[in-house]
Design a protein around this ligand. Structure first.
Ligand code: SF4
Length: 198
């Protein structure tokens, strides 16, 4: 039977899972000879929505440890991001706005960044319980490398994602999770909204 964890316990498990994601990513990037060095694009302008309260809370926990001035700067950037992304979506455009936590190419919340920030770059696959599988091509550089290769490894992130969803249940609580609405928020919206309500 799944039991609800204390936030600190859930965060420790999430840190272990994030470390596993990082090593899986590193193996695949190495096999592909993929590096972010000198990249003319920045993945941090990609429009991503995130779906777990544990990642949301862990990110905000990381931000809460920063000096107040730096945190206030990120919060202000997050408000601007939400404003500009909403305007772009209203125009029918997909937002391409720099993440509010990106400091001239460096992630301001590196240890607490979200799953998609860790796995986006390499070709990856997600398998669903109904048998469907969805493939993601990775970043533009990864796509160029794959196009030139005879074959390339695909990171199957199903097991990592399953662990994340199990942790989400342990963090929120097995009963509470059935009553809460789905999370579908950008990182900026998570910052603007503050800690998830449980
Ligand atoms: S959290 Fe960090 S890695 Fe993720 S998009 Fe923002 S700046 Fe980039």
């Amino acid at each position: 039977m799944i039991k609800k964890l204390l936030p600190a316990q859930a965060f420790r498990k999430l840190a272990v899972l994030y470390a596993d994601m990082q090593s899986r990513y590193a193996e695949h990037a190495q096999a592909l000879d993929l590096s972010c060095d000198g990249c003319p694009q920045n993945c941090c302008t990609s429009f991503f929505q995130h779906h777990t309260r544990i990642e949301w809370a862990y990110l905000l926990h990381g931000l809460s440890e920063l000096p107040a001035e730096r945190r206030a700067e990120y919060e202000e950037r997050a408000r601007l991001y939400v404003r500009d992304a909403t305007a772009a979506l209203t125009r029918g455009e997909r937002p391409a706005i720099m993440c509010p936590l990106n400091d001239e190419g460096r992630c301001g919340a590196y240890a607490h960044r979200l799953m998609i920030c860790r796995l986006h770059g390499v070709p990856n696959r997600l398998r669903y319980p109904d048998g469907r599988a969805v493939d993601f091509p990775g970043c533009f550089r990864s796509q160029e490398l794959c196009a030139a290769a005879d074959s390339f490894p695909v990171l199957d992130r199903t097991a990592l994602y399953t662990r994340l969803m199990e942790l989400e249940v342990q963090f929120v609580g097995p009963r509470q999770i059935r009553t809460l609405p789905r999370v579908d928020l950008t990182l900026a919206e998570m910052i603007v909204q503050g800690n998830p309500k449980l």
